[in-house]
Design a protein around this ligand. Structure first.
Ligand SMILES: *Cc1c(COP(=O)(O)O)cnc(C)c1O
Length: 358
């Protein structure tokens, strides 16, 4: 029996995609083998990879002067690749809105000066600071944000005014959940295991002029964007099966009507939970309303024992992975693209029932 999986990541995938993958497990097309078993240099796999890229370009409206790279190493490897490839002056500005931007900044500090030009650490990252008039460092190579904060449940809704500097954004936990204008970024990336596919793939969308040879000299071959751009993500063996699943998710999303259609559904879905939280006398959201994420919704009762009781009972009732991150406590429901609205409605029913009894 499949449960309602509210995991923050790896997370729920569309059932149709899993069924199709299952049906193609033993033989992909007429290849006589599984995608896992085929050469990454085969026509079949090239077709999977290039179709996935074309579909993603269409879904996100990616301009021609941006490259799409399918890489390995998840989000964390990008925390290093970004400074290695982009820190020409060895200076960058980071906006700290949670653990993931903090960790990215920590990694960048190995390579240069990192200025933390804004932070919401003072209130446990429960809000997004005003980013309209920041103290941008004159020789900063880029300004870095984590656009959706998976752990704290906030989203940067108004991009920072970078005063002409390059904007770099981690969109791991909001990938393809709402339209974004790729033109506004120099580089935008995400690990796919939150909203797009299985762990092991990271997608990097990077403006062509930023793919250069003059990266920090000690940058390993595998960590140079140029290596992967020149070889169309086929420099070495890519995460083939993961890319194949991402491709199926892109097809699923296109069939649903694309990113605008899923965004509408995501708003509707998140509102089911937020509306309930706003009138509940037991549960409350932990985030300032204006900054609420459509994807990750942390909430608490204010009583640790009651939180623990709720998590236990929810798990038993088939609402899985709803325990909050240890730095926030309480609960967190992740409502990624593949979470059906029925899952959220049933969760809210379960919560009201729990509220009545406690
Ligand atoms: C999960 C997550 C990461 C880390 O991804 P890994 O693939 O585990 O390295 C980075 N950024 C955000 C926003 C995340 O949600």
């Amino acid at each position: 029996m499949r449960v309602f999986n509210f995991s923050a990541g790896p997370a729920v995938l569309p059932e149709d995609v899993l069924k199709q993958a299952a049906s193609e497990m033993l033989e992909y097309g007429s290849s006589g083998m599984s995608v896992m078993e085929m050469s990454h240099r085969s026509k079949d796999f090239e077709n999977i990879l290039f179709t996935a890229e074309a579909d993603l370009r269409e879904l996100m409206n990616i301009p021609d002067n941006y490259k799409v790279l399918f890489l390995q190493g998840g989000g964390w490897t990008q925390f290093a690749m970004i400074p290695l490839n982009l820190m020409r002056n060895r200076v960058a500005d980071y906006i700290i809105t949670g653990q993931w931007s903090k960790k990215a900044a920590g990694e960048a500090k190995r390579y240069g000066t990192v200025n933390e030009i804004a932070s919401s650490a003072d209130k446990n990252f429960s809000y997004i600071p005003d980013l309209s008039n920041l103290n941008i460092t004159p020789d900063a190579d880029y300004v870095y944000i984590c656009q959706n904060n998976t752990i704290y449940g906030t989203t940067i809704k108004n991009l920072p005014n970078t005063k002409g500097k390059l904007l770099v954004s981690d969109i791991s936990s909001m990938f393809l959940s709402e339209p974004i204008d790729v033109n506004k970024y120099g580089l935008v990336y995400g690990g796919v295991q939150k909203n797009v596919g299985p762990a092991g793939v990271a997608i990097v969308i990077i403006r062509e002029d930023l793919i250069r040879d003059d990266v920090l000299e000690f940058t390993p071959t595998m960590l140079r964007y140029k290596t992967h751009a020149e070889h169309k993500s086929l420099f070495n063996t890519p995460p083939c099966y993961g890319i194949y699943i991402c491709g199926l998710v892109f097809k699923w999303l296109k069939k649903l009507g694309g990113v605008e259609a899923i965004h509408k559904l995501n708003v509707e879905k998140a509102n089911v939970l937020y509306d309930y939280l706003d009138q509940s006398k037991l549960f409350k959201g932990t985030v300032e309303k204006k900054d609420r994420s459509l994807m990750n919704v942390p909430f608490v009762t204010g009583n640790k024992d009651l939180d623990a009781k709720f998590v236990t009972e929810a798990e038993a009732a088939g609402f899985k992975n709803i325990k909050g991150h240890r730095t926030v406590g309480g609960m967190r429901a992740s409502l990624y693209n593949a979470m059906p609205i029925e899952g959220v409605k049933k969760l809210v029913e379960f919560m009201s029932d729990f509220e009545r009894k406690n």
